[in-house]
Design a protein around this ligand. Structure first.
Ligand code: SF4
Length: 452
């Protein structure tokens, strides 16, 4: 009987990739990865600890999974990921149900840790961490079990940007790129598994290659990936504003496989707050960058994320941010109320903003963004877009898909009907008929490039 392991993934797409690697190396080691948690001897919770809400969610998931010790077959409850790295001792002390805490640098050791424990029936509790200083584990087998036509591809680990509100560099270590060979090899495997859209992720994709090639190499990577037959779309997430250069903008303009979509977390626009956040690039630089991108690539779709209520943020600073969002009209926007995180420089800063004000400012920006989305959507009515089929809606009538303007899991989607049956992964022309809240509704126009 194979030993069964259940994996619960929290947090960002980078964590999802880590979980898929955990599943891959466990299967290579003879374990069976199951979604039926009740039958699992081991449950791994791959956690996030970026902000307060994420920590709460992680603790809730741990306590929920612990129930299977009495209601299921659970022997080993393992906590991995950022919460494990950040609070290894505290988890150990405060959550006795947890048997093993595995840091972000020890993912590769998970099969060995489990086999040793289960073989010897040695169930003493342990913490397994080592400094996260390599990307070797990313070259391991990855279990991409879903039938989605897209997959995230992690091109680097860690971060050197050191924003003052962020705990990630201390949890994931310094920036470490994978080689172009290793990344393209993985992309070929993903294509064989039916993936048409490859979404490049890292804490900062624009810094790619500076550590191993001595220069920014994202464009070289994109071109190499573009040579892989079967890849229809390459998408970029997490571009650091100050590292976006003409080379990348020109590549996005001319490379038909690189979707005209840029996710650029900007965080704020007031020079005073940007400085306090430790962000490089000031208001003038950011505004000029956005103007240039929109001028060079008129159909570009821009996503950003902003933080409200950073220590010292005045009503004036917020007004500046509000006007910025009004003017720039991002197609997609995420806004977070600043989360006070110990062990970050911002934690010790003066002028912390009351929670109510942080949230009120976030809500104001999201209300403004709702208006921006309405205006964007109204310009898309009647237009025809190549749309990838991601699946079928619960009602069984509509297909769900995405044009180049939507990223999975974080952006709205397109619901559409089709005169012909379609398969997941097909790219078909869809005419947008109307908005449905943030989402869009459309109709497939005959069969697309992939159709017969
Ligand atoms: S770029 Fe800044 S916010 Fe993003 S992971 Fe790095 S330090 Fe954190």
């Amino acid at each position: 009987m194979k030993r069964k392991v259940g994996i619960i993934t929290l947090g960002c797409p980078k964590n999802l990739v880590d979980s898929e690697i955990m599943a891959g190396i466990l299967e290579d080691a003879g374990f069976e990865v199951t979604t039926i948690l009740r039958s699992a001897e081991t449950i791994i919770i791959n956690t996030c600890a970026f902000i307060g809400d994420a920590k709460e969610e992680a603790i809730m998931s741990i306590l929920e999974a612990a129930r299977y010790k009495t209601e299921g077959s659970l022997k080993i409850l393992m906590v991995a990921g950022c919460l494990a790295e950040r609070y290894k001792e505290e988890i150990f002390k405060e959550i006795p149900e947890v048997d093993v805490v595995v840091g972000t640098g020890s993912i590769g050791q998970i099969p060995e840790i489990l086999s040793k424990r289960l073989d010897s029936n040695d169930l003493r509790r342990e913490i397994c961490t080592q400094t996260p200083n390599s990307v070797d584990y990313l070259e391991s087998t990855r279990n991409v079990a879903d039938n989605k036509p897209y997959s995230y591809l992690k091109i680097a680990e860690g971060c050197d940007n050191r924003c003052t509100y962020c705990i990630i560099p201390s949890l994931r270590g310094g920036y470490r790129s994978r080689t172009i060979e290793n990344i393209t090899r993985e992309a070929r495997i993903l294509v064989k598994k039916g993936k048409k859209e490859i979404i490049l992720v890292a804490q900062d994709v624009t810094r790619y290659g500076t550590d191993i090639y001595g220069e920014k190499s994202l464009v070289s990577l994109i071109r190499e990936l573009g040579k892989t037959e079967g890849i229809e779309r390459i998408r970029l997430l997490y571009c650091y504003p100050e590292l976006i250069d003409d080379n990348l903008i020109t590549e996005m303009k001319n490379n038909i496989k690189l979707v005209k979509y840029m996710d650029i977390p900007i965080q704020h626009i007031s020079d005073r707050i940007l400085k306090a956040m430790g962000r490089r690039g000031n208001k003038e630089y950011i505004n000029n960058l956005l103007i240039k991108i929109r001028r060079e690539i008129p159909e570009v779709v821009l996503r950003t994320s902003l933080i409200t209520g950073f220590p010292g943020e005045t009503e004036e600073d917020f007004k500046e941010l509000y006007e910025f969002v009004k003017e720039c009209r991002f197609e997609h926007l995420g806004v977070f109320a600043y989360s006070k995180e110990e062990d970050t420089p911002a934690y010790k800063m003066k002028g912390h903003v009351p929670q109510k004000i942080k949230e009120a400012r976030r809500n104001k920006l999201m209300a403004l963004q709702k208006d921006n989305v309405k205006k964007h959507n109204s310009t898309r009515i009647g237009r025809i877009y190549d749309t990838i089929v991601d699946g079928v809606a619960e009602d069984g009538i509509f297909y769900v898909g995405r044009t180049y303007a939507e990223t999975p899991d974080i952006d709205p989607i397109v619901y559409f009907t089709s005169p012909e049956p379609l398969e997941i992964g097909m790219i078909v022309p869809v005419k947008i008929l109307c908005p449905d809240g943030y989402d869009l509704v459309g109709e497939a126009q005959g069969i697309g490039r992939n159709g017969e």
